[in-house]
Design a protein around this ligand. Structure first.
Ligand SMILES: [Cu+2]
Length: 177
């Protein structure tokens, strides 16, 4: 491969891996808060286990250092589908609308995720795939890792955007030490 082209491709990749709260369709409120990006497990010094219950998290808040990479192990201990999503209050609000659509179409049904239905074309070029890099969506009894590199600061929350869960208190604060 031409070395110059390789550099360009690498830069493009690193830029696109950033997730900004104002990016894409999540930017309804244009806050522009940098919530961080997907990290490398080899950069993580700590593992934080996050348990999801009906409808709260354990722990209820997470303290991180500015720029820290954390390996999260997210476990769904509840009886319903739950999400662990790193974002801002605004991105969570926007994502709740998408999740409402998933429930309305039966993609999420109580304790079940119908993965086959996520492939369905919604007619506008969009599907209901849930593949946001800042989120894991789990059925009861399931667990999944998420490695995340936080930005230097910001008002960030982790939250479950399954309809009604955020309103029931299923969110917590990321506190920068
Ligand atoms: Cu939930």
């Amino acid at each position: 491969m031409n070395p110059a082209r390789f550099v360009v491709a690498a830069v493009a990749l690193s830029v696109s891996s950033f997730v900004f709260a104002a990016g894409g369709h999540h930017g309804a409120h244009g806050e522009g808060v940098n919530i961080g990006e997907v990290g490398k497990a080899s950069d993580a010094d700590r593992t934080i286990t996050v348990q999801m219950h009906d409808n709260y998290y354990e722990p209820e808040s997470i303290a991180v250092k500015p720029g820290e990479t954390v390996r999260f192990v997210v476990e769904n201990k509840g009886s319903l589908v739950h999400e662990f999503n790193i974002g801002t209050a605004a991105t969570h609000e926007a994502h709740q609308e998408e999740m409402m659509m998933m429930v309305n179409h039966g993609v999420i049904d109580g304790g079940t995720i119908h993965h086959d239905m996520m492939e369905m074309d919604m007619g506008n070029g969009h599907s209901m795939k849930h593949d946001d890099p800042n989120s894991v969506l789990l059925e009861p009894g399931k667990s999944q890792e998420l490695v995340w590199t936080f930005a230097e600061s910001g008002t960030i929350e982790f939250a479950c955007n399954v309809p009604g869960h955020y309103q029931a208190g299923m969110y917590g604060e990321v506190v920068f030490d």
